[in-house]
Design a protein around this ligand. Structure first.
Ligand code: GLU
Length: 502
């Protein structure tokens, strides 16, 4: 049997550390076994997927050296490798699944589903689909389709008994069918959900082993059902332990940067980051912590993967990166540093900003220090201001994070427009509203133009600086973040929609 593995990110945001972590195991295993490693873009969520994210994920994985044998850009015998380009395949197979009785049309309205779920919650039950449309006659279905009634197609799930599936690290896992929802497989927009697309694609792409995060364990019964209905053989499943924040919660961008680009921008070397990610959940037979990808690939065996959640600790990563930097030859050090500092047109963008503000060459680096390296360390006093209180600073910084995240792009004009609206909504003068943002980003209240600086730094670094500024100001408690989130939703829809369409 040819070993075939895959990583299947959804292009809905910045390239996530978790994608690299999962890719690493899939690639190492496939190549160790002379197999193939596939990249598949799961852009099943039309509203959230975008081509910039798709490209950024590919760039980030390539930067880490985790390239693929088959994928959207390089093609391969099982393409296309992007879900949105495979719709006709899903449509054909969903019709087959309905015909063999594994799925059914559902015409329930959102209002009906909401009220069913609310009732179930009231009774202390786990909310799930109640099977309302499961026995509609063929004729009834056709009449509703002919009338143009919006519908989805759902998976038929047994009511009784248990699903038993096998995970290589955990052995047999049993989940009562009663806990498994009748999952939507084809949405009303005619796109498949992740569950249907992933099952179909894994089968058609002849994937033999799936290494993925343990958050997908609860989806396995649904996938297993799809495989069983079609009479396909399910790939071997290896669910890797989730990366965790130092407080052991699931790694999240609210607590630390999860974007690969952030680590790239901060000057971590790709080999060091790959090495560190490989130590998450895996240990070398001789327990050494520093090893190359090739050494990892040679030594890898699923039995050395642990199931307890590894902590992604930036201090440890920095230590490891330091080992790699010290091991570089002097000329490689110069080359890597030069590429890091001046690559991607960054130097040019920075110099264009400083030239018109420079009287002597020795002004240049002092003005641009926060664009080239880390900004000055902040204290609560850095945010002292006559017109805006420390609490307001936190509020502005918190909303700035949300705003930038929603805009999810680096167009300076658009960011500037959005901030003007934010200031108006918060009833602040633009200048006062931007004060804490200037400090958070540049370390001072006056710097090179703020939005150009943000573009040069990139969303990942900007977000990390905003987050650390909030932390310096005492942080945001759970209660406070709930209040701020509610407040945000009140202005946000208008603010983001109007900004996007203008
Ligand atoms: N698209 C899913 C993700 O973004 C893939 C999950 C899987 O590997 O099955 O993580």
């Amino acid at each position: 049997m040819t070993i075939r593995t895959r990583v299947a990110p959804s292009p809905t945001g910045l390239p996530h550390l978790g994608t690299a972590y999962v890719a690493l195991f899939n690639r190492a295993f496939a190549h160790q076994q002379n197999g193939k490693f596939v990249l598949r873009m799961e852009d099943t969520d039309v509203g959230r997927s975008d081509s910039e994210s798709d490209q950024a994920i590919q760039d980030a994985l390539r930067w880490l050296g985790l390239d693929w044998d088959e994928g959207p850009d390089v093609g391969g015998p099982h393409g296309p490798y992007r879900c949105s380009e495979r719709l006709s395949i899903y449509h054909e197979l969903i019709a087959e699944l309905v015909a063999i009785g594994g799925a059914f049309y559902c015409f329930c309205t959102k209002e009906r589903l909401d009220s069913v779920r609310a009732n179930q919650r009231q009774q202390g039950l786990v909310p799930k689909y109640d099977g309302h449309c499961i026995s509609l006659s063929k004729q009834e279905i056709q009449t509703r389709i002919d009338k143009g009634t919006p519908h989805v197609i759902r998976l038929k799930v047994p009511i009784e008994g248990n699903c038993v599936f096998h995970d290589t690290l955990r052995g047999a896992i049993e989940i009562p069918w009663g806990q498994v929802d009748m999952q939507v497989l084809l949405k009303s927009d005619q796109f498949p959900t992740y569950h249907f697309a992933a099952s179909v694609d894994d089968h058609l792409m002849e994937i033999s082993h799936i290494f993925r995060g343990e958050e997908w364990l609860s989806s396995c019964p649904k996938h297993q059902l799809i495989y069983t209905y079609f009479g396909w053989q399910q790939p071997e499943l290896i669910h890797l332990p989730l990366l965790r924040n130092p407080d052991h919660s699931k790694i999240s961008k609210r607590k630390q940067s999860t974007s690969i680009n952030y680590y790239r921008r901060c000057g971590y070397l790709p080999d060091a980051l790959v090495n560190y990610l490989a130590t998450m959940g895996f240990s070398m037979p001789d327990e050494r912590e520093i090893f190359s990808f090739q050494e990892f690939q040679d030594a890898f065996t699923p039995s050395r993967v642990s199931t307890s959640g590894p902590v992604f600790d930036i201090a440890k990563l920095s230590w490891l990166n330091g080992q790699y930097i010290r091991n570089l030859s002097h000329s490689d050090f110069q080359k890597s540093l030069g590429e890091w500092a001046f690559g991607d047109g960054r130097a040019d963008a920075i110099l264009r900003l400083v030239q018109e503000r420079t009287e002597r060459f020795d002004d240049v680096f002092a003005q641009a220090d926060y664009l080239l390296g880390e900004r000055a360390t902040l204290t609560a006093e850095s945010f002292n201001h006559k017109k805006i209180t420390s609490d307001e600073c936190v509020r502005v910084l918190y909303f700035s994070q949300l705003l930038l995240e929603h805009l999810n792009q680096r167009d300076g004009e658009l960011i500037s427009e959005a901030f003007k609206k934010l200031a108006a909504q918060l009833d602040l003068k633009l200048r006062d509203c931007l004060f804490p943002v200037f400090v958070a980003i540049s370390g001072r209240s006056v710097s090179l133009p703020l939005f150009d600086s943000m573009q040069i730094l990139g969303l990942d670094v900007v977000n990390a600086r905003l987050r650390s500024a909030i932390h310096v100001l005492g942080g945001v408690s759970k209660k406070m973040s709930k209040r701020l989130d509610t407040e945000w939703h009140q202005h946000a829809t208008r603010l983001i929609n109007t900004t996007k369409t203008e």
